[in-house]
Design a protein around this ligand. Sequence first.
Ligand code: DGL
Length: 267
Amino acid sequence: LNDAPLGVFDSGLGGLSVVRALWDTLPGESILYFGDTGRFPYGTRSPEVIRRFARQNARFLLSHGAKAVVVACNTASAHALPELAQALSVPVIGVVEPGVDAALAHRGTGNIGLIATAGTVASRAYEQALARKDSEAHMTSIAAPLFVALVEEGWTNTPATRLIAEEYLKVFNNGTFDALILGCTHFPLLRPVLRDVLGAGVALVDGAEATAHATRELLTTKGLLREGAAPEHRFFVSDAPEKFAILGPLFLGKAFNGAEVVAIEDF
Ligand code: DGL
């Protein structure tokens, strides 16, 4: 079982930022990735639809023998994690709890910021996780959907991106915030612009990195870590593999072999 791949799914290609972090943290693991590019984006969809998509995505990963499932998509984690954790026969990990833990590592005033999709913000999943861990802390959440479009356009560091970041981040610039959680798969790519706009006082918490560390802990605890021969990675999408192949390296930080197409509605 240890040699089985680690399943990762996302609404599209953004989850590759989580794969990149997993490669850094767990270099021995084989990754089985599914990006739901045909039904992207999830951030504007209703909770019921997101839960149905999440179930299908997870079933697909299990059908390929995944030993655990990482829900790389913040929107899917926010809406579907409890249900998946109950329904699946393998360990499941999402990005919300690790992100909140990482933010609390910078705790000072207890003011934590979140930028995410509209769906993630509406779910209040991050607020609830924060309240469970630290009842004195307080979260301010902003939906920043334009950031997703900017990153998919490759505009990670243009004047337009900076202007939009200044607009979105105004509320976090009053000097009281300990940390800002980048609660969306795409946002780690905007780190340089966000850092410039916010200055050095606010910690930028990368949910992808935090999730990779939490995944290592989970696999260790369950005795599921893989060691030995070189890992093998496979990537699947539900549509438009060309776009995935072009934008993938931006998220992964290196070239990759592209993706195969799967009919996800069959799962
Ligand atoms: N992967 C999604 C997330 O992290 C962002 C894109 C979308 O709206 O699907 O929330």
